[in-house]
Design a protein around this ligand. Structure first.
Ligand code: UDX
Ligand code: ADP
Length: 459
């Protein structure tokens, strides 16, 4: 059996590396139009940072795992074709800022229709709106070759930073397909691939639409929990309650559970916002405006949380940050990844730049070129400096903002940092990560999301 994966991104690369590692009898070709990305997958410096990924790729690369730009050849030779291309939110036209832009998926479907000379199993791996499989099938059917391809939905639930662990022992694998003889046979073929390492009872099979919708709904529920606890963080600050204590108290209720209740400066990442907006768009499209408004609120709350944090910094620093140096710790959307897509840090930094602050940004894995791109500034822009350590970002700053929960930030030499900062030295902890009692002992003024407001902070 041969597998090919179109799209060598955050999803395609790690997922295929895992399949190759667990199925040495299957040849896996990962292809992408982006030659630079493919070159990186073939180098020692992979384009995706994930703990454990280097070893995983090295174990199979050149044996049964290959990265190349030969998209058409890979399609021709494969029995199973995973489609793992990007599906960004549309920025123009009908459904702008809500609907998914499916042009990359469509392009792939057209290429498969053109190139395939035998029936294939085509697997949607990218997150896509419900009923995309229908569109793919229509395009495939429009080819005059009369081949009976099967389209399956197999959404990926891995989270960045823990991709290798998530792929090694997933909570579940979800495979949706047509409930016809051909569809069921295709589902069974894909089940047999995963069954090489995932217990059968964790492999769920459904109809096509349930599978497609489940991916959006899973992300919407997770995002909703974060927005819910973030809404409570604001109430905690006003009332003197502590959001981490509240989260622990409610999370021990086995019906609620402890996960995804960590209040933060706002969720980011390539999936949550996109998928919730997608759900909102779908509900609107199907004439369900009340349902759309309900889910839209998850996004509005997240936007509010990001702006609220920046505003807190501004107001606390005597309503002006113009020309003030502010150290920013963390730019990735979460720890253990170099991914900045939709990172809360982008929004917080932009708000502060708008107020003409002078930022000094440090992230252990995100480089200055990416940060410039995200902030839409030229490199060398006078208001943004790039530090090579947290201590350097803090030196001479009026305030230090913790925007990503990198482990290394917990154990910094805060005494030395305090000495190097302008007084009063403020720490704004957007992840409730640090030991606040200890920081206060050193002399810092501390604001942390969802904790009772310190007296000196603006009400
Ligand atoms: C998410 C889903 O978890 C995953 O199943 C799906 O396949 C892709 O989208 P990911 O975006 O990689 O994964 O990371 P996740 O761990 O879900 O975090 C998303 C954002 O929420 C991050 O910005 C994170 O910091 C934030 N978050 C997460 C919180 O603010 N609080 C929490 O309790 C959990
Ligand atoms: P994800 O997070 O979903 O994996 P990425 O943006 O990281 O998304 O990766 C998607 C990849 O798909 C990109 O590397 C892009 O170059 C690739 N891609 C998009 N369209 C095509 C196509 N028609 N053929 C091959 N690769 C494609």
């Amino acid at each position: 059996m041969r597998i090919c994966c179109i799209g060598a991104g955050y999803v395609g690369g790690p997922t295929m590396a895992m399949i190759a590692a667990k199925c040495p009898h299957i040849r896996v070709d990962v292809v992408d139009l982006n030659a630079e990305r493919i070159a990186a997958w073939n180098s020692a410096d992979l384009p995706v940072y994930e703990p454990g990924l280097d070893d995983l790729v090295q174990g199979s690369r050149g044996k049964n795992l290959f990265f190349s730009t030969e998209v058409k050849a890979a399609i021709r030779d494969a029995d199973i074709i995973f489609v793992s291309v990007n599906t960004p939110t549309k920025t123009f036209g009908v459904g702008a800022h809500k609907a998914a832009d499916l042009r990359f998926v469509e392009a792939v479907a057209r290429t498969i229709a053109e190139v395939a000379d035998a029936p294939k199993i085509i697997v949607e791996k990218s997150t896509i709106p419900v009923r995309t499989a229908e569109a793919i099938k229509t395009i495939l059917a429009s080819s005059e070759k009369g081949l009976q391809h099967q389209v399956l939905s197999n959404p990926e639930f891995l989270a960045e930073g823990t991709a290798v662990a998530d792929l090694t022992s997933p909570d579940r694998i979800l495979i949706g397909g047509e409930q016809t003889l051909g569809g069921l046979a295709a589902i069974e073929t894909l089940v047999s691939v995963y069954a090489n390492w995932v217990p059968r009872e964790r492999i769920l099979t459904t109809n096509l639409w349930s599978s497609e919708l489940s991916k959006l709904v899973a992300n919407a529920f997770l995002a909703q929990r974060i927005s819910s606890i973030n809404s409570i963080s604001a109430l905690c600050e006003k009332t003197g309650a502590d959001v981490d204590e509240v989260a622990r108290a409610i999370g021990t209720d086995s019906r609620i559970g402890p996960k995804f209740l960590k209040s933060s400066v706002g969720f980011g990442g390539s999936c949550f916002q996109k998928d919730v907006l997608n759900l909102v768009y779908l509900c609107g499209h199907f004439g369900l405006p009340e349902v759309a408004a309900y889910w839209d609120q998850v996004i509005l709350m997240n936007d509010w949380q990001k702006h609220r944090f920046a505003e807190r910094v501004l107001r606390t620093l005597f309503n002006t940050v113009t020309g003030k140096r502010i150290g920013v710790l963390g730019f990735a959307f979460k720890k253990d990844t170099n991914d900045t897509r939709e990172s809360a840090a982008i929004y917080v930094c932009k708000d502060l730049l708008e107020e003409r602050a002078s930022l000094s940004i440090y992230d252990p894995k995100v480089g200055s070129a990416q940060i410039c791109k995200d902030l839409e500034i030229e490199s060398g822009s006078p208001n943004v400096e790039f530090a090579t350590s947290a201590a350097q970002a803090a030196a001479g700053a009026h305030a230090l903002l913790v925007l990503t929960e990198w482990d290394e930030f917990r154990t910094l030499d805060f005494e030395a940092i305090y000495d190097s900062m302008v007084k009063p030295a403020w720490i704004f902890d957007g992840r409730s990560l640090l030991d606040h009692a200890k920081l206060r002992q050193i002399g810092f003024k501390v604001y942390s999301i969802g904790k009772p407001l310190p007296q000196e902070a603006a009400a």
